[in-house]
Design a protein around this ligand. Structure first.
Ligand code: CU
Length: 163
């Protein structure tokens, strides 16, 4: 019995796929108003591996540049600034990029994003490498995926806003 468990453990450890350690869920972007220069991207990243990882960058064909942003609040003022070192995704943890916190910022848009479409974003991780992720484009004021599991992206105000 002991031998069998050991054998199973060994065969599992032999899988060298780092990409499988990173799981991206509920990735969505906000639709853009006409001529908007930027769009926000939001997602949950889970690290199922036993190695720390780090989201270091992103790119998409609809944007000339994509940055990882931090959001800070001081009073009623929200400020964003780029995080040049990216965001740590510690082993065994999950990290959320949300509309009120850290997020992806798609800049120099070469086209608008339309509600209902799906766009592909390539995320770069220090360990896992490049991971292509489909982002659902929600309403202009999308705040989160609906918690009914339908995969719909729902607008601001749904589920209560903390103001
Ligand atoms: Cu931003």
């Amino acid at each position: 019995m002991k031998t069998m468990i050991l054998a199973l453990a060994l065969s599992f450890a032999a899988l060298p796929s780092f990409a499988q350690q990173i799981e991206v869920r509920e990735a969505f972007a906000r639709a853009t108003l006409p001529n908007a220069p930027v769009a926000g991207g939001y997602l949950t990243i889970a690290n199922h591996g036993d190695r720390d990882d780090r989201l270091t960058g992103a790119r998409a064909d609809f944007a000339g540049e994509a940055q990882i942003h931090e959001m800070t609040h001081s009073g009623d003022v929200m400020r964003m600034r780029p995080l040049p070192d990216g965001i740590a995704i510690p082993a065994g943890q999950q990290v959320q990029l949300s509309t009120g916190g850290n997020h992806l910022m798609f800049m120099k848009l070469n086209r608008g994003l339309k509600q209902g479409e799906t766009v592909v974003v390539t995320l770069t991780f220090q360990t896992a490498g490049e991971v292509e992720v489909p982002f659902a484009v929600g309403p202009v004021n999308a705040r989160s995926f609906d918690d009914d599991g339908s995969g719909r992206v729902v607008p601001e105000g749904h589920g209560g806003h903390s103001h």
